[in-house]
Every structure is written in C-alpha cells, then in structure tokens.
Design a binder for this molecule. Structure first.
Ligand SMILES: Cc1cc2nc3c(=O)[nH]c(=O)nc-3n(C[C@H](O)[C@H](O)[C@H](O)COP(=O)(O)OP(=O)(O)OC[C@H]3O[C@@H](n4cnc5c(N)ncnc54)[C@H](O)[C@@H]3O)c2cc1C
Ligand code: SF4
Length: 330
C-alpha cells in the first residue's frame, strides 16, 4: 500500500475544502471498499479525509412526511430503525441482504452508494479494464460474464453496480443531497449513477470533492407494501445476480400504482419504467406481471455467460409482485 496522509474532518465545508486541494485524495467512510482497493492497488489516494465524525449519522423526519437518512449512518443502524422497518420495508430488506452484520456495522450509506463494481477484472490490476484504466480494454467482454450486465451496457464496459441499498432507493424515488466545492445540490437517485457509455471510469455524476451528506426518502404511503428479493449464488456474502425492489398498490384486483427497480443487471440501479407503465391500471395477475417484465426486458442484450439472467429477472419480478399482491389481501 502506498503512503498516504490522513485527516479527520470536523465539518462538511472543511472536508470538501481538504479534498478540493488534493486531486488524488478520497473521502473515507467505513473503508470497507476503499481500503480493500488500496490493498489491491486498484486505488492509490495520497490523502484520506475521514468523514465518519461529521454529524450526518441521523435518521430524521422531513416536513413533507418523508425521511432523511444521514450519509455517515451505518447500515446496521438503518436496518434496525423502527420507522424504516414500518414504512419502507424494501429498504431494510435490501440492507439486510447485503454483506455481513460486521460489514453493515461499519459501512456507511454514502460509501454504499459509491462502492465500485465487483467485476473481477476491475479488481485485478494485471488485467486490462477500461473502468480502472481508461482506454486499456475490457477483459470481461471475452472473459467471464456471469455477474455482468444485460441492460444498458456499452462496448467499453459491461459491469454491474453492486449495491442492494441503491436499488431500493431507486424504486423509492430517493434524492441524494450533495455538498461540493460550489455549494449544495440535490440529485434524484435514478440520475445519480451513470450508464458506462464511453466513460466507464465515471460511476456517478459526482465531481471530485463532492460530499454526499444525506439521502431523502419521499413519503410514499403504499411503500408499507414493498419488498426486496435478491437472487445470488450463495446466501452469505454474494452480490446479486438479479434483484428486484418493488412497492405495490393494489385495489379491487387492479394495480393503482407501483415502483419497480432491478439490481445486478446494469451499470446502475435499473428503474423499470417500462414495466411500471405496463402495470398501472392492469389486473394484478401473474399474466399481467409477466407481460410487464417482458416489456422491460425486451431490450436486454445478454452475453453467452449471463443469458440466464433474462428469465431469472422475469421470474423474480413476477414472484415479487405476486407476493406483494398476496400481502395486500391479507
Ligand atoms: C465481503 C463483502 C461483501 C459485501 N456484500 C455486499 C452486498 O451483498 N450488497 C451490497 O450492497 N454491498 C455489499 N458489500 C459492500 C459494502 O456494503 C460496501 O463495502 C460499503 O457499503 C462501502 O461503505 P463504506 O462506508 O465502507 O465505504 P468506503 O469504503 O469508506 O468508501 C467507498 C467509496 O465511497 C466514497 N465515499 C464514502 N462516503 C462518502 C460520502 N459521504 N461522500 C462522498 N464519497 C464518499 C469513498 O471515497 C470511496 O470512494 C460487501 C462488502 C464486502 C467487503
Ligand atoms: S466490464 Fe467494465 S469493469 Fe469489467 S473489465 Fe470490462 S471495463 Fe473493466
């Protein structure tokens, strides 16, 4: 590991100012992803600005009825929060489906959103990878693609985004609050992560020195009927092959409203806009759920090693929506 400087920030503007002067510096949350990458040689920051002592670890009600999640809040604390458990079960289930209890007790919300892809070639510094070293090539294209993308990929990169939490936040229309060198701004979670295009090195729309301070959840009363279903190779520690975050509002057998997002299929949490449009006003039946899933997955471009993800995503969407339909009747 290369030598680096360590600074502990006491307020957000100080943290942003410290990083603005260090083009190769990084914020340090729980360190569960960043420190691994420093050990592997994937990243070599010369300054770490520790932000875990900033006052952003609270879960607070918002005047509009929504909830603000502080960016340095730990996954374990958020998963145990009574309000989140009652009002946004999809979020808590997504948290509990990720990593281990020990990791969740260390990992922060901000770090979770900014964790890097688990594409094996990205983490192996001996292999070409456009995301780690722009222009060097993509080893995954002709290599191992079981975990990789079926939607929204590019010639340059077919990686997937690994976060479970971000998929639930995408379904809930969450908004990311950012403080940067030129002030504060908000970014809808669905616009926060990028598709790879020809700049796969950029995972998000953030600029250097931008600090995530919080994520706001809008009030969404029907999210009490929401669910996260994650399909993975092993129940401990594995990232999603496919995951589904859904909230469903059914009345008299008809879908009044729905929120649907997919994980494990794209470079960003994939909001299933086409499926949602097909579902609103449709009968809450297995056939209608299947048609909606087909509409979303019509654009899928799988590779030989991950073609199984298309039927897997379809089945996972249908099963999750059926479970929620049964729940609203009970
Ligand atoms: C074995 C293992 C299994 C895992 N399994 C899963 C899983 O199944 N699902 C899942 O979702 N996750 C999983 N994780 C990922 C884990 O959740 C992430 O490592 C963690 O969320 C990163 O949070 P952190 O606070 O440790 O981030 P750090 O490692 O501290 O930081 C990650 C990145 O975010 C930046 N950063 C951190 N906070 C901020 C901020 N507030 N503003 C701006 N930049 C910031 C850092 O500079 C860095 O670039 C797993 C991790 C491990 C090691
Ligand atoms: S898929 Fe993306 S992250 Fe993986 S090797 Fe190719 S460029 Fe790198």
């Amino acid at each position: 590991m290369n030598p680096f400087r360590y600074e502990r920030a006491s307020d957000a503007s100080g943290a942003v100012a410290l990083l603005a002067q260090a083009p190769n510096g990084a914020f340090l949350g729980g360190g569960t992803n960043l420190v691994d990458h420093m050990r592997l040689g994937v990243r070599q920051p010369d300054l770490l600005v520790d932000i875990t002592h900033l006052p952003y670890d609270r879960i607070e009600p918002l005047p509009d009825g929504g909830v603000r999640l502080g960016a340095t809040g730990r996954g374990g604390d958020m998963a145990a929060d009574r309000t989140l458990r009652q009002r946004y079960p999809v979020l808590v289930q997504a948290l509990l489906a990720g990593a281990s209890a020990q990791l969740r007790n260390l990992a922060t919300l901000g770090g979770n959103l900014l964790q890097r892809t688990r594409c094996v070639y990205f983490q192996d510094v001996t292999k070409p990878c456009n995301k780690r070293m722009p222009g060097s090539g993509c080893s995954a294209r002709e290599g191992y693609h079981r975990e990789l993308a079926i939607l929204g990929a590019s010639e340059a990169c077919i990686a997937t985004h690994p976060s479970d939490f971000a998929v639930a936040l995408a379904a809930l229309d969450a908004v990311v609050r950012v403080q940067g060198p030129s002030g504060e701004r908000t970014i809808p979670l669905v616009d926060f992560h990028r598709l790879p295009g020809d700049e796969p090195q950029r995972d998000t729309v953030l600029e250097h020195g931008d600090l995530i301070t919080a994520v706001d959840l809008p009030p969404l009363p029907f999210a009490v009927h929401s669910r996260y279903r994650k399909v993975r190779d092993t129940a401990s520690y594995s990232f999603a092959l496919v995951s589904v975050a859904a909230a469903l509002d059914v009345a008299d057998g008809t879908v009044r409203d729905v929120r649907l997002a997919l994980g494990g299929v794209a470079h960003k949490p994939w909001r299933a806009w086409k499926a949602e449009a097909a579902l609103r006003g449709a009968s809450a039946t297995e056939e209608a759920f299947g048609r909606a899933a087909d509409a979303e997955l019509a654009d899928a471009q799988p590779l030989p090693g991950n073609a199984f993800k298309v039927p897997l995503a379809r089945n996972t969407i249908v099963r999750t929506l059926l479970d929620l339909t049964e729940e609203t009747h009970s």
